[in-house]
Design a protein around this ligand. Structure first.
Ligand SMILES: Nc1ncnc2c1ncn2[C@@H]1O[C@H](COP(=O)(O)OP(=O)(O)O)[C@@H](O)[C@H]1O
Ligand SMILES: [Mg+2]
Length: 275
């Protein structure tokens, strides 16, 4: 088990973002992610969640967007890094898992080929080092590391297996921070629960911090240590998950809580509080 002081800050952002001449999509959004925590960013569609993830990764089109502020991560301000430095960081220290595994994987390539490419992007060891890293990553997501499985194409596996492959790929280099942007939103409820549990396990065993982005408070509350509620580009509430859910202060958070069906409310709150 990893042990980090719970108050160690891994990433600390304060940003405003606008696209073109339109009003800002994020207004002075402050987010601070601690080492070893799962931090939930919750907000409805269009509230600016993906914009924040893309800003952290430096993936916004610089010609079409304006970003102001700072994003401190391991001693540097990510907003001042050059493209080459950002490329070294992405997929290595900060990784991303998106919603739809089948569109994030290349349908034409065996998964072994895709895992190898992801490994070679940030490592220069021998073929056996690469195989060992792939095997370890597959085991960490509870998938077989056999030749038979690694020869498969994405279409030859279930959507849950494909999402596990993507998570293995994202965590190959043991990133300090994993951004999961609606990573379970396209999955059926059983697969969703399994993948959420997997994220939690990876967080517990490796100490990797996770920024878990979702529109669905009820389904992700159970894995988040703290949550922030994003509403129209502003963080309206942030705190330990159990506290925010038991005692929502902002009107919008109260509405979100009220939207959780009665029957699920005690379950969502109890899971969050028991963490
Ligand atoms: N590349 C872009 N160009 C212009 N507007 C964008 C772009 N990406 C997102 N937006 C707008 O920014 C707002 C927030 O979008 P987004 O960050 O994708 O929200 P979320 O992920 O919470 O659904 C929306 O109004 C969206 O239309
Ligand atoms: Mg989004």
């Amino acid at each position: 088990m990893h042990s980090a002081k719970p108050t160690d800050v891994l990433l600390s952002a304060r940003v405003s973002v606008r696209y073109g001449e339109k009003p800002p999509v994020l207004h002075d959004v402050e987010v601070s992610i601690r080492r070893g925590e799962v931090f939930g960013l919750i907000g409805q569609s269009g509230s600016g969640k993906s914009t924040l993830a893309m800003t952290i990764l430096g993936l916004l089109d610089r010609k079409k967007s304006q970003v102001e502020g700072t994003i401190q991560f391991e001693g540097s301000n990510l907003l001042q890094l050059r493209e080459r430095e950002l490329r070294e960081l992405r997929g290595c220290k900060i990784a991303l898992v998106l919603q739809s595994p089948l569109s994030s994987l290349n349908p034409a390539l065996k998964i072994r080929t895709q895992l190898k490419e992801a490994w070679r992007a940030h490592a220069s060891g021998s073929a056996s080092d690469c195989d060992a890293a792939i095997r370890a990553a597959m085991e960490s997501v509870s998938l077989p590391a056999s030749d038979e499985f690694l020869k498969k194409h994405p279409s030859q596996m279930s959507v849950g297996q494909a999402q596990r492959v993507l998570i293995a790929m994202a965590t190959l280099h043991r990133p300090a921070l994993l951004l999961a942007d609606e990573a379970t939103s396209a999955l059926d409820v059983i697969t969703q629960a399994e993948i959420l549990t997997l994220f939690r396990q990876l967080n517990r065993t490796t100490g990797m911090s996770i920024l878990y982005i979702s529109h669905d408070l009820a389904s992700v509350a159970g894995i988040c240590d703290r949550i922030a509620i994003l509403h129209q580009g502003t963080i309206v509430e942030v705190g330990p998950t159990g506290e925010v859910m038991a005692n929502p202060r902002h009107e919008y958070t109260q509405k979100l809580m009220a939207a959780i069906p009665q029957i699920m409310r005690p379950i969502a709150t109890a899971t969050a509080a028991s963490l």
